[in-house]
Ligand binder design. Sequence first.
Ligand SMILES: Cc1ncc(COP(=O)(O)O)c(C=O)c1O
Length: 377
Amino acid sequence: MPNQLHRRLWLKQTALAALGLSFSASSLGGEDYLPRELGSETRLLNLGSNENPYGLAPGAKKAIADLINTANRYAYNVPAVQSFKKELAAEYGVTQEHLLITAGSGEALNLLARHYSKGNLVSAYPTFAILPNTAKKIGVSVKEIPLDANKVHDLGAMLQAIDDNTTHVYVCNPANPTSTIVKPAALKSFCEEASKHAAITIDEAYIDFLDAPDNESMISLVLKGNKNVIVVRTFSKIHAMAGLRVGFIIAHPDTIKSLSANYFGNSNFCVGALSLNAALASLKDPEHRASCKQKNAAAREFTIKSLQELGFKPIPSYTNFIFFPLKNYSGDFAKDMLEKDVILRSSELPDGKWCRVSVGTMDEMQSFIKIMRTVKA
Ligand SMILES: Cc1ncc(COP(=O)(O)O)c(C=O)c1O
């Protein structure tokens, strides 16, 4: 398919997604259907969805091939994947009763927005949109607390925003679209205080890109018995399995029980056996994850330095994407970059225009920077 058609398709999808988004086309997920490479002579640089460009762990590819002849079966009829929850629980030091497997973590966020919908939701702005947008769509009032001047969650202001009607609080850490973090100690005390009043969902989709001690998960609070702290994780990012749709919730067994009652199939139905088998294999390959993390860090450093040389001021990135202000760019940056065969996200915030670009391979980021040299901002 020629690039022109792909561009038009993507624009259309993005425009549709933007209708339901406060942060235009930034983060809903699910609106990117384009292949990274379209063939030898036509190529779109897809830096729009924070995907892992290094592909599945070799064992995960084999795991899919191994089960290909069971694709006619529901996962609960495929013996090879019955140990998935057990293995996942062992990986995170929890019990199987602490886990709810979902078709990607987006589905978990959707479920949580619906489950805790009796009162208002407190979230940051801007933030990853699935949970707050789902809440808005079903009539939940959302208190959107602006990030602070450094584009970090303003936990103090979020705490203050919690009132008698708050039933749910959402914190994305590391944050999308800004790629900033709050330190574990601060987040822990926030969760401890806020969870006295409401359920707190901590979205840790990008936590595996962090170094110690920043990579401390809020799972420890769940294990302490806090029923109101809910951790959401995904295989889409460091495991490079975005297309396979495996995510999960870690929460107190009572919380999981109550969430499961609202989730028609639980893990036995919603995620396919091929995806589960790939996830099982990927869990056994920490070297692949370490290699993705290390290559991402190198390409990220190159990109940030190059953007700085071009006069842009990216904010420090802790993930596989970079957020930077567009200076005085006039026009629709994402649309204009698409004309140059680059897919990324741009948005208009109260303090101006911003761009979010995913960190691809070093080659891809070199191509991106070459194109950025032609941008007048
Ligand atoms: C912060 C965050 N949470 C959740 C998701 C959803 O990922 P998935 O549904 O692929 O697990 C994304 C996707 O980009 C994300 O950025």
